[in-house]
Design a protein around this ligand. Sequence first.
Ligand SMILES: *Cc1c(COP(=O)(O)O)cnc(C)c1O
Length: 395
Amino acid sequence: MSVRQGRPFLSIPGPTNVPDEVLAAMHRPAIDIYAGELVGYTNSCLSDLKTVFRTTGKTYIYAANGHGAWEAALTNVLSRGDKVLVLESGLFAFIWGEMAKILGIDVEVLHRDQSRAVDPAAVEQRLKDDTGAQIKAVMVVQIDTASGCINDIAAIRAAIDAAGHDALFMVDAIASLGCVPYEMDEWGVDVTVTGAQKGLMMPPGLSFVAAGPKAKQAHKSADLITHYWDWTFREGEVHYQKYCGTPPEHMLFGLRKALDMLLEEGLEHAWERHRILAGTVRSAIEVWSGGGALGFNITEPDERANSTTTIHTGDIDPSALLNYCTEKCGVTVGIAIGPLEGSAFRIAHMGYCNAPMVLGTLGVVETGLKATGIAHGSGGIQAAVDYLAGEVRAD
Ligand SMILES: *Cc1c(COP(=O)(O)O)cnc(C)c1O
């Protein structure tokens, strides 16, 4: 028997749920790409992206997924043989570093346990030891969607400054922009990359890069620049240059609507919504953990991300649970990736997401834990409801 007939739920950390308004905005005929309305879409999106990144720097839109933005960031500011320091905190900074290696960049990884965020003190020490200033850039993710941690970007900036180091600071905010506070200029970030399909409520297929003055300076001497990603070419007068080819116009129609929705809600409100929904999820997991089989992958409570949660299952393979959730109940919960594959699962609470979506997902996961016989403390949903009612008051 299954009870899945109904609206399917997607609770994976990307792609996330796309609002019907965004889908509807994309459903229209193609328009001219050389002049007229589309130029306004480009200019307003580039400008509003600055508001979301919290920067007065330059923004770029790529018809690519997050990996494209990664490559754009690397190739625009670095040269073959440059050394970079990758701050590991799960999976994504590490694989951004693997991409850098293939480009001919000398990559050093500052290793970290899969259950912890980056340690700013370790960053400071490593940079202090770099007396010859060999390290040209420091690369980190704000929220790692594999481990479920959030890195303290302001604290890492402070560590770079305390070491008196001049490296560029490059941040992947793909799974965090629009979900948690991000202050590109205030935190002294030189390059930020993000993607459309996480907190920005869009289908996959667009990614965005923001560059500050120091990155623009480095761009002048970078020798890895290729035509497609090149910032200088994209700053040209002709609209066609902004995308190095045909603008992904339907994606821009969707993006315009998604940015309108985010800015109408208010960035701060969206951050607060994510904080509360994350707390709701964590309240249930805390109780389930009492059964001894499950637990938070990230051991320190203040290092847990507000857009996605990774739950480890130890020796238990979670695939029966995840299959149950999807096949029997219609909720797709995230598998774990990287080193955690097969011993964890992930619940996303990212982007276009509200209380019934989160409570529905948690309710199905708890049902699945019971049905598949995984030991768990009882009353997780009650704890989630109690938390939510305490945070969202009637008045
Ligand atoms: C999803 C994700 C990526 C990769 O984005 P793609 O669009 O799949 O290329 C990179 N970094 C983080 C933190 C992510 O969550």
